[in-house]
Design a protein around this ligand. Structure first.
Ligand code: FES
Length: 119
């Protein structure tokens, strides 16, 4: 298999697996991100995917509170936009990786990286 054979989007979970206003951790079973833990978000029916680990001290972002598209890390309160991964607070200098998402039937599909983590 060459890089050209890797599908652009692969399923990571079902839409029913993530309740509205929450996130869960999943690992794609195939594709370029196979085995990588990701947080899949359901923001009132719109799905997003980001890094699972907080860049501050490794907190579990998917367990954070989601409000108006912004998640607050449960450990120390850093905030991130789940659609872009960009930091939402004034004090946070680092964002999180965010990934393309599309829905096919009841599958949540993960594509390429929208932005890497870091600044
Ligand atoms: S580990 Fe997330 S804010 Fe500290």
């Amino acid at each position: 298999m060459t890089i050209r054979d890797v599908p652009a989007f692969v399923p990571i979970c079902k839409t029913a697996d993530v309740r509205s206003g929450e996130a869960r951790q999943f690992r794609p079973a195939a594709g370029r991100w196979r085995g990588k833990p990701m947080a899949v978000w359901n923001d009132d029916g719109t799905f997003y995917a980001t890094n699972f680990i907080c860049p501050h001290m490794g907190g579990p972002i998917s367990e954070g509170k989601l409000t108006d598209g912004v998640v607050e890390c449960p450990w120390h309160g850093w905030t991130f936009h789940v659609d872009t991964g960009l930091p939402a607070g004034d004090d946070e200098g680092h964002g999180i990786s965010a990934y393309e998402v599309k829905i096919e039937g009841d599958d949540v599909m993960i594509g390429g990286m929208l932005r890497p983590s870091g600044t």
